[in-house]
Write a protein that binds this ligand. Structure first.
Ligand SMILES: Nc1ncnc2c1ncn2[C@@H]1O[C@H](COP(=O)(O)OP(=O)(O)O)[C@@H](O)[C@H]1O
Ligand SMILES: [Mg+2]
Length: 346
């Protein structure tokens, strides 16, 4: 029998998406075939300083992983032992690292860079594509020369005078979000000047650059892409937030917070166009392994690119696993593929 592949599943970390990351990691862990893999779950603490090796059993026992109340104490599991550093023997014997981290430090190229130094293969995009994908402003700038449609937007820098929004974006409403963000944290809709002031203030709590977008009305869709040099697009998913006004944190992570329909109820022509755009976006920034491009269909017809997620959510209710399922790829098969892409890349 072939030797089992040792997979270190890395989750948590210093990001506003810490909890979501643990939920993704836990689900990945559940679906890694133990006949094929030896799994080492590692949780990085919220302050980013502790790397805690835990075991699958204690992790799977955790309930209500996604809550805003999770504290540092919760994530230091009793059965844990510390990994002392990158050069540590227990890390060296790992065949591949599955990065189940979203947002700052995990999805932005930092962990990827650290793993490049160790020479251990890891899932998903490399340093540059991860960094670009995390920076919604730079990301957008790279799409313009390729005629990939993006919203009209203005970038605000902390302590700088605001421009004339009306001149640049047209009239209200606008959509405001931090340049580096995720899971809709710090994002909000502004229907008038008072709301705009509040939205900008909120977004600046998360970053020192803020995007003010024209508000795009229409159906929200997302398209996952998998693969390395010849990536393929999975079926387009239609998103209908049931709770908030847009696809906010609550609609994303509470049950019945939103309805997701795969394949999206759109014409074949529009769906093919979205898939092609998603692949173009993926290639434009050099993604590897897997990714997910978010769109709004302006007036339910014209796809406008919102952003790319280089490590899309992998929780039980996440969009990528749903899209894969619609293509006949089970969650376990999906993680197998992502791991294969990781080892093929190096
Ligand atoms: N320009 C926009 N017009 C309308 N809605 C938007 C716009 N930008 C973002 N949104 C809404 O906010 C959500 C989060 O924005 P997104 O750019 O995908 O960032 P993230 O998911 O990283 O927080 C989107 O899913 C969408 O519902
Ligand atoms: Mg998004």
């Amino acid at each position: 029998m072939n030797k089992k592949i040792r997979v270190l599943v890395l989750m948590g970390g210093k990001s506003s998406e810490h909890d979501v990351s643990i939920a993704s990691g836990t689900e990945i862990l559940k679906n890694l075939d133990t006949k094929k893999y030896n799994v080492l779950p590692v949780i990085i603490s919220k302050d980013g300083t502790k790397w805690i090796l835990t075991d699958s059993k204690s992790l799977l026992k955790r309930k209500n992983i996604i809550s805003k109340e999770v504290t540092d104490k919760d994530i230091v599991l009793r059965s844990s032992k510390y990994i002392e550093g990158v050069g540590n023997a227990s890390i060296k014997s790992v065949d591949v690292v599955f990065i189940a981290m979203h947002g700052k430090h995990g999805e932005d190229g930092n962990v990827q860079g650290m793993l490049e130094l160790t020479g251990i293969p890891y899932t998903g995009s490399g340093v540059l594509a991860s960094a670009i994908g995390m920076d919604k402003e730079i990301f957008r700038k790279l799409l313009v020369p390729q005629n990939l449609k993006i919203p009209k937007f203005v970038t605000l820098h902390a302590n700088e005078k605001y421009p004339n929004f009306k001149k640049k974006l047209g009239s209200f409403p606008y959509f405001v979000k931090p340049v580096n963000g995720g899971s809709s944290v710090g994002a909000s809709l502004a229907r008038n000047q008072k709301e705009l002031d509040e939205s900008i203030k909120l977004a600046f709590n998360y970053d020192d650059r803020v995007l003010v977008d024209e508000y795009i009305r229409g159906l929200e869709v997302t398209c996952a892409v998998i693969g390395n040099d010849n990536p393929i697009a999975l079926p387009v998913v239609e998103i209908r937030p049931l709770k908030g006004e847009f696809f906010d944190y609550e609609s994303k992570y509470t049950e019945s917070g939103s309805e997701e329909i795969v394949p999206a109820r759109i014409s074949k022509g529009i769906s093919e166009k979205i898939k092609k755009m998603a692949i173009d976006v993926y290639k434009a920034i050099g993604c590897k392994g897997f990714g997910r491009v978010d769109f709004i269909l302006k007036n339910n017809k014209y796809p406008v690119v919102l952003e790319i997620n280089t490590i899309p959510g992998m929780t039980p209710t996440s969009l990528l696993p749903k899209a894969a399922k619609a293509e006949g790829i089970s969650y376990s098969q999906l993680v197998d593929k992502i791991i294969e892409y990781a080892t093929e890349k190096n």
